[in-house]
Structures are given as structure tokens and as C-alpha cells.
Design a protein around this ligand. Structure first.
Ligand SMILES: Cc1cc2nc3c(=O)[nH]c(=O)nc-3n(C[C@H](O)[C@H](O)[C@H](O)COP(=O)(O)OP(=O)(O)OC[C@H]3O[C@@H](n4cnc5c(N)ncnc54)[C@H](O)[C@@H]3O)c2cc1C
Length: 357
């Protein structure tokens, strides 16, 4: 069934809480609905949306927003050709991703626990290649089930064909706008495979469970949730779209020149936080934003989140898209001036800023 809503307010449907509307919202509850949709007749542009947790709407959206709200879930135990203990779970695109993580942990299935509490829906997890605490969606995606808007057919895309990278995939690049994800098959396991070496999970786990109990996915899930709650704004209280900027990857020479300048200012022992990525170096954008003095800085209702400067929040609940954009531009320009690095937003900007009349 397709539910149609004209001039539909979106502020409850985007975690930034932007008070915008779309001309038409279509709520689809079955993949078969896609076959009965005449895409050509819909107000343009057409945008597919999940939980709206990685989006910045720049103004009222003049076209159609399609929300695939598919909620089916099916399980295949011990599929042949897979290692012992494997369980394949096909998750409808509209299932809240964290509900899936909670379900898997309750069932004692390993694989999704480190991704707990990431907002959004299962469909988008395969578009975005969401990641946290040393795990990315691609590590557990087996197949992405899609509807091709061009050919009006359903097909299954193996994980290996999606060109997954850091928060990216073919769905965000060469296939942009072509596919609607209808479901994602995740590969979980009954065989324990805890991943504890990232973001303080191991120490937080030891604090939470001091006796040496046998680890379960639920223990890791609860630990990850407690770490995230301390650091990140809860979208039900403070609007945001999570990390606003991608962490830049720069050449080693560039990194060394930054290190030299910082040491001249802060002392010879100072170390710029970084991670080696092959021959290149990843420098946390949050560190650069903080060094540029932006931690907690407000611009109208927008604010660089004091606990995590990588996040821009709608601190008053009434921030305008233009205020978020202006703060974004100020951050980009300061970081570029100081470090010669142009930060790129991770948050997708949707639509355009209304022109002043
Ligand atoms: C507080 C907070 C914390 C966050 N923490 C993390 C984190 O730790 N790690 C991380 O990776 N991300 C994080 N995010 C970002 C966000 O949760 C993810 O990007 C998430 O996958 C977005 O899911 P969504 O359903 O809200 O997608 P949306 O924001 O609605 O859409 C995102 C993109 O996916 C496309 N899309 C959505 N559904 C479909 C579909 N069915 N078919 C085709 N395309 C589709 C949209 O067109 C858009 O391009 C965080 C966000 C917030 C607000």
C-alpha cells in the first residue's frame, strides 16, 4: 500500500530537526508498491529517504520523497557453503538498524553488536557503509536487494560489487539515484567474534563487567551504547546528523608539515593525533576543528557540539538550514586556512537554499 502525503512536514523525519516540508511524501510498505509507481508522473526531483539521520535539508523540498518502509525479516540458519554457525538474516530496508542490532544480540548472533545505536534504517546502512568501533556494515553485508528505477526490476547485488569504502559505496557515487534498496542480507554468526580493540570498547567492557564472564554480543552492545551515549547527542533531545565532516586523509609530507608547525607552537613532544592509512595519514577532523577554536561555537541555532566537535547540532531546536550551512562554511574555511585541508561534509545536503525575494 502506498500512503501519499502532500506538503508533508519533514521535521519529525530528519534527525537534524529542520522544519521543512516536501511537496509529496510516499510511504511504501511493500517492495511490490514500487512496481505500481509511475516515477515519471511524480513531482521532481525524487529522493529516497530512510530515517533522515544523515541529511541536511536546505529548504522545503520541491519534489517527491519516497520512504521504503519495508519491515520484513527472514532468517536462514546454517546455509550450505558457509562456515559453521553462519546465520543469514534478510532485513527489510525500513527496519530501524538498531532494532536489528538489538534483535541479533538477543539471539546471541555475532557481527552487528559494535554498530549498535547508529541511527537510521537497514536500507541506508548498505548505502552509507555505516561504521563504528572497528566494524563497518560491509563486514557483515552479504547481499543488497534492490529495485532498479531505470529498468523497473528487482535484483540482488553481492557485497563485493558495491565498492564499499569509508562511508561510501557505489550507491552514493556511480549508481546514485538508480537503486532503491528493498532489503539487506547480513551474515551473522553463532561463533563468538568479539571486536574490542577500537574506541575504548575493551576498557569500558572491563569496567562494566569486572568479573571474567563469557562474552556475549549483548554485553558488547550495551557497552557500545553506554560509550555512545556519553559522547554523541541523542537525536530525540538534540538535533544533529551525527559526524558532520569526514576525517580527511592526507599525504605523509602534508602531515609532517602540520606536525612541525604544531610542535613549534606547543612544544617538541606534542603529537598530532593521526592514523596511518597505507602511505597516507588520516587526521581526525574533530581535532582540527577544536584547534581552530570552534568547540561549542554557536551560530544562530547551530552549534559545534561541545562534547564532540565533529558534530554540528541544532542546539535550540529552531536552527535554520542556513545557520547550519554558515557554521559549516566557517569551520571549513578556518581549517583550510590553518591546515591547508578542505573538510568535506559527511552529511548529505538535500535540495537547495531558498533564494531571497
Ligand atoms: C547522533 C548520530 C550518530 C551517528 N553515528 C554514526 C556512526 O557512528 N557511524 C555511521 O556510519 N553513521 C552515523 N550516523 C549517520 C547515520 O546514522 C547513518 O548515515 C545512517 O545510515 C543513515 O540512515 P538513514 O536511514 O537515516 O538514512 P537517510 O539519512 O535517510 O539517507 C542517507 C542516504 O541513504 C539513502 N537511502 C536511504 N534509504 C535508502 C534506500 N532504502 N534505498 C536507497 N537509498 C537510500 C538516501 O537517499 C541518502 O542518500 C549518525 C547519525 C546521528 C544523528
Amino acid at each position: 500500500m502506498i500512503e501519499r502525503k502532500e506538503n508533508c512536514p519533514l521535521h519529525d523525519r530528519n534527525t537534524f530537526g529542520m522544519k521543512v516540508k516536501c511537496r509529496l511524501l510516499l510511504e511504501l510498505d511493500s517492495p511490490q508498491d514500487l512496481l505500481s509507481l509511475d516515477m515519471e508522473s511524480l513531482p521532481k526531483p525524487v529522493f529516497v529517504m530512510g530515517g533522515g539521520s544523515n541529511l541536511l535539508f536546505l529548504g522545503d523540498f520541491p519534489g517527491t520523497v519516497i520512504h521504503p518502509s519495508f519491515k520484513s525479516l527472514s532468517i536462514q540458519e546454517s546455509p550450505s557453503g558457509y562456515p559453521e554457525g553462519t546465520v543469514l538474516v534478510k532485513v527489510g530496508a525500513g527496519i530501524v538498524f538498531d532494532d536489528f542490532c538489538g534483535w541479533a544480540a538477543d539471539k546471541g548472533l555475532w557481527g552487528a553488536e559494535n554498530l549498535s545505536l547508529i541511527p537510521g534504517e537497514a536500507g541506508a546502512s548498505a548505502v552509507q557503509n555505516i561504521g563504528a568501533y572497528g566494524v563497518e556494515a560491509k563486514d557483515i553485508i552479504e547481499t543488497v536487494h534492490v529495485f532498479d528505477k531505470n529498468t523497473r526490476t528487482f535484483s540482488d547485488i553481492p557485497c563485493g560489487e558495491c565498492a564499499y569504502g569509508y562511508r561510501t559505496s557505489n550507491f552514493k557515487t556511480v549508481w546514485k539515484g538508480r537503486f532503491i534498496v528493498t532489503a539487506v542480507t547480513f551474515r551473522l554468526s553463532r561463533v563468538p567474534a568479539p571486536k574490542l580493540d577500537y574506541g575504548g570498547v575493551r576498557s569500558a567492557l572491563a569496567e562494566r563487567y569486572p568479573s571474567e564472564e563469557e562474552l556475549t554480543p549483548s554485553m558488547i552492545r550495551e557497552t557500545v551504547i553506554s560509550i555512545r551515549r556519553k559522547k554523541l547527542p541523542d537525536p530525540s533531545e538534540t538535533g544533529s546528523a551525527g559526524s558532520f565532516f569526514c576525517n580527511p586523509v592526507i599525504s605523509r609530507e602534508h602531515f609532517l608539515s602540520i606536525l612541525e608547525k604544531e610542535r613549534a607552537e606547543k612544544g617538541a613532544d606534542y603529537m598530532v593525533p593521526h592514523y596511518d592509512v597505507g602511505d597516507m595519514v588520516k587526521v581526525p577532523a574533530a581535532w582540527m576543528i577544536e584547534q581552530c577554536g570552534f568547540k561549542g561555537v554557536r551560530h544562530g541555532g547551530a552549534q559545534v557540539y561541545p562534547k564532540q566537535p565533529l558534530v554540528i547540532v541544532n542546539s535550540t531546536g529552531d536552527a535554520l538550514p542556513s545557520e547550519i550551512l554558515e557554521l559549516e562554511r566557517r569551520v571549513i574555511s578556518s581549517v583550510n586556512e590553518r591546515y591547508g585541508i578542505v573538510l568535506h561534509p559527511e552529511v548529505e545536503h538535500v535540495g537547495s537554499v531558498p533564494s531571497e525575494t
